[in-house]
Ligand binder design. Sequence first.
Ligand code: PEP
Ligand code: MN
Length: 692
Amino acid sequence: MNEQQPDIAGLRQGLDEVDSGIVRLIAERRGLIEAIAKMKEHSPAAIQDPDRERRVLDGVVAEATALGVSASLVRTIFRELISDSVAQQARHLNGDGGGRARVAFQGAAHAYSDAAARKYLAGRGLEGDLTGYRTFREAADALLAGDADLAVLPIENTTAGSINEVYALLRSRELFIVGEETWKVDHCLAAAREVPLSALTRILSHPQGLEQCSQFLQSLPNATPTTYFDTAGAMQAVAESGDPGTAAIASPEAAAAYGLVVLRHGIADAEDNYTRFVVLSAKPAAVDVRIPCKTSLILVTGHEEGDLLRCLEVLSGSGHSMTKLESRPRPGRPWEYMFFVDFEGNAADPRTATALDELRAAALFVKILGSYPAKALRAPARPGDVPGQEHAAAPRPESGAQDPAEMLEAVAAAPRPAAGRSRQYKLVDRAARQADTVIRAGDVLVGGDGFVVMAGPCSVESEEQIGATARFVRDQGAHVLRGGVFKPRTSPYAFQGLGWEGLDLLVAAGRETGLPVVTEVMAVDQVPRMAKAADILQVGARNMQNFDLLRELGKVDRPVLLKRGLSSTIEEWLAAAEYVVAQGNQQVILCERGIRTFESATRNTLDLSAVAVIRERSHLPVIVDPSHGTGQRRYVAPMAWAARAAGAHGLLIEVHPDPDQALSDADQSLSFDQFGTLMRRLAHVPGSPPAG
Ligand code: PEP
Ligand code: MN
């Protein structure tokens, strides 16, 4: 025994020397990377070269195999080293490092999220002040309240799958993904003291921890899995209770931090158990195009066969490889889905920007969650690759692998003018999309070559009134039923509409006649309920610049009919439409309804030239409301015909069974007869192609 002591000490000393040699070599390797990063600073080349990475890995694996060292061990170590070098170079290009960030995560100290957040910060050369919150939502709220600069939340696990609650937060909050991190999860079972597994009656952990160890848990005869708000917190609870029958599942580091004894290591069902985290911020971040990036987005497609495929083809057809496609049910819409898509690309890259414009044109709703430096890129070597052989078909990272001449060519070739006409909007600019946007409401298409008539009373007044009007306008060839239920009236003493009851009557009349319905939404808190019931949500002229309302409408995926403000310029009107589209909802129909001028012969001055201007400046459909535009029923039909001839995509017309008795806008409402005449003559007015 005694004789062996010096030997072991000597061997351990040797080991220590080797270890510090390894660290010195890593430092030396980083020095070389730093020099390379400096050289690359002024080069347009991407910082990641998959072919070279594959050669490096093949080289070290071959060397390891010759020395009898496990190939998988060496591959794991070198993947980490390579990913560290990419991060180091990215930091250089982005000018990161040396700062401090307040970071929110879910869980107690030493939770996996805490560890992943620290790894992310270290990779960016940042110091951090980390705060754990009880729930994912509280961590996200801390970010939105300005109490944190970043939030690090888990999004998927390689064993248990996607973390739905985090996806739901990305959908409902204004959060942006600015980074990602991966963490190898190593679950252990720990208790206050050494006890046989059969003595355990309760196992605490986060639901994800329990799910990832479900096979192991089933092998415990007497223990009941019990969910806890997080893994490390479960360890803390076990330590505080001191109950020998209770154990927790978390990392060995958390067990050590709370002074627990590890009863069993490596208890996860799958050996390679990784969690991917997203790093969130309240603002999107722009990333240098030479840094390999991923872009994440939320997508809602139409519900026709082939709609999803068309959207995915936009990405694949432009050379963007998709790394994830997750489908989630849409709350309140049985059997309809929204999709979360990750692909390799950077929205700052013109080629990706063009693909995103095309995607917006093909989808109902597109919310870009962010472009951020990729951590978990596909492994450079794929099964079937022959080491050392160049794989011609391998797609290069989209973000920066092109040479600059190719990039400029792509911009020049893209079907858009070099600069938009206005800096106030870009997504709704014709420059972003050559083809007209066509919007579907029920079976009706608005935009493109079609012409739609939306007709009905100014206000829904009774079941009989809306029912009779619906049947009549349908029989005359109208496509959409209108009817106000929340009315923006000049005087507070005027009829304010029937409210939600009126909405039920309108929806019932629409259903009976097979017409989709359009009605005005006046307030942010009305949006969710309106979006469930109505087919098109109208924003009235008085609310055109109610930016909170516009933003809220941008979060739903119902078409929006945006009326022009009483005194708004066309540019202001398009900028208002941009508010909706920028939030994700791509379906905006513009409606010219007359503006305030010095003219007093008509209620408003119907600006038909706006139709020609809008068709030139924007790809969005534009319709005309000659009822509010003139305010007098005898002028409605001539202006309706003129609107069609000017190139409008449709009309919005007020019709009432007994116009003189209408509770609102009596003077401008057409009788059934007048509406019938208007429709018959309208058939003889040719539409006009867009100006220019
Ligand atoms: C309406 O359509 O009934 C309405 C109130 O229109 P506007 O917002 O154009 O006045
Ligand atoms: Mn009206």
